[in-house]
Design a protein around this ligand. Structure first.
Ligand code: ADP
Ligand code: MG
Ligand code: MG
Ligand code: MG
Length: 418
């Protein structure tokens, strides 16, 4: 199909389209007329259909030429489907088994057919219900260490790296959404902002007046814009992770580009911390979710520690990139100095991670896109109390970065605020 051939494929048109794709008809089995087709998209941007036949199912994602959450008044390029496909292909290669298998992609239709994840659910929903996921920390750290290290200058030649940056550079409209909605709008008066009023009115006003915070978030914004460290997922919250108790799959990398690694790691930590702060809002009797909350904070620590361990292991074993040339670190003295530098690198990455986690938290409480962790707390006074605790920690993480030299300082502060 050519560019120009784009049309939105709703049920009947989608059925005809899929019936014409050889492998897919075989996967689904039975007559196309008998396939069930259900739109399940709960995201902010795109259409997602689940299609099931007698022998199997698939998920079909199609980009719309606008932001679904807002409508046609906010156009958004269809090319994001291209970048999502490119990122999913790369992630499948670098973190195999941790993303849905790709079955078909049509560039002109901005449409991708992928493995149906079943009985997986969106992790955020499970966290709201108080479910623990024992595989999660191990899987997500394998995903992040693999995708981030192996697309960085530590693993790639300078030429490979710059080609890879170029392949994603056209995804700038999606980056701009992040730049505006995460790093700018929550700190100013913006039409799309909302918060739990009136309880958080004063806190919202204080963020708009807090120049230390404005400097800190602007530094993070600059880092996001000007640091093509690695291929990042770009939207790695718990609504982009589907889980069972024994499996983890990362979906929805349409925001992927070469950016700062801490943005992905910070997204995971922020969303766990928000699940923690929201948890008391979901309890029906005091202390009911104590074990769950302990698991969440333990997972925050494990995610950072295991990510750092796996990243360092990859570095020690496979530093095939042009950064840190081996010729400069020869002999015992060189090896010792390089090992110390690896730890200093992780310390800088940790500081970025803490800052980005804070930015990801504040935008969910004062910006356009909120999350069900807090939104499903019906009593607004109770919701606001949970949100305010998350914001207090986030503000400290952004402005008093020196107070959080290690992950235990983050979880310790979270525990004291509960
Ligand atoms: P958006 O970019 O609009 O946020 P997502 O890729 O996050 O779209 O998908 C929206 C929803 O569709 C997900 O929250 C999930 O419920 C469902 N979904 C997406 N991909 C799959 C899949 N491969 N298998 C099953 N359900 C899926
Ligand atoms: Mg999504
Ligand atoms: Mg989304
Ligand atoms: Mg998306």
């Amino acid at each position: 199909e050519r560019a120009g051939d784009y049309r939105i494929l709703h049920e009947a048109a989608l059925r005809d389209y899929l019936a014409g794709i050889l492998g897919l008809a075989a996967t689904l089995g039975s007559e196309p007329a008998s396939w069930s087709i259900t739109e399940v998209g709960d995201g902010n941007l795109n259409l997602v259909f689940i299609v099931k036949g007698a022998s199997g199912g698939v998920a079909v994602k199609q980009a719309l030429p606008y932001v679904r959450l807002v409508g046609e008044s906010w156009p958004l390029p269809l090319s994001r489907a291209h970048y999502e496909y490119l990122a999913l292909s790369k992630q499948a290669e670098l973190a195999s088994g941790l993303v849905p298998a790709l079955l078909h992609h049509n560039e002109a239709l901005a449409l991708t057919v992928m493995e149906l994840l079943e009985p997986h659910i969106i992790m955020r929903k499970g966290l709201v219900a108080g479910t623990q996921y024992p595989r999660f920390a191990s899987d997500i750290t394998t995903f992040m260490a693999g995708t981030l290290f192996l697309t960085s200058d530590l693993a790639l030649s300078a030429a490979e790296k710059k080609k890879a940056i170029a392949a994603f550079a056209g995804n700038h409209a999606l980056c701009k959404i992040t730049e505006d909605l995460i790093f700018t709008d929550p700190y100013r008066i913006a039409e799309q902002n909302r918060w739990t009023a009136p309880y958080l009115d004063a806190l919202a006003a204080s963020l708009r007046d807090d120049m230390d915070l404005h400097v800190a978030v602007s530094r993070l914004k600059l880092k996001f814009m000007a640091s093509p460290e690695a291929l990042i997922h770009g939207d790695l919250h718990t609504g982009s992770i589907m889980v069972t108790e024994s499996q983890t799959r990362v979906i929805d990398p349409e925001f992927a580009f070469y950016g700062p690694m801490g943005f992905d790691v910070g997204a995971v930590l922020a969303n766990l911390l928000m699940a923690y702060f929201a948890s008391s809002g979901h309890e029906r009797s005091p202390g009911e979710r104590h074990a769950f909350e302990g698991w969440v904070l333990e997972t925050v620590e494990t995610v950072w520690n295991e990510f750092a361990r796996k990243f360092l292991d990859l570095w020690r074993a496979g530093a095939t990139g042009d950064a840190y040339p081996a010729a400069l670190f020869a002999g015992e003295k060189g090896a010792a100095r390089l090992e110390a530098e690896r730890h200093a690198y992780m310390q800088r990455l940790f500081a970025d991670t803490v800052g980005f986690a804070a930015a990801k938290t504040i935008r969910r409480i004062f910006g356009l896109a909120h999350n069900i962790d807090f939104e499903l707390i019906e009593d607004p006074r109770r919701r606001a109390a949970c949100e305010a605790r998350a914001v207090r920690l986030a503000r400290a993480m952004m402005v008093e970065a020196g107070a959080f030299p290690a992950i235990a300082d983050v979880t310790g502060a979270a525990r004291r605020l509960r």
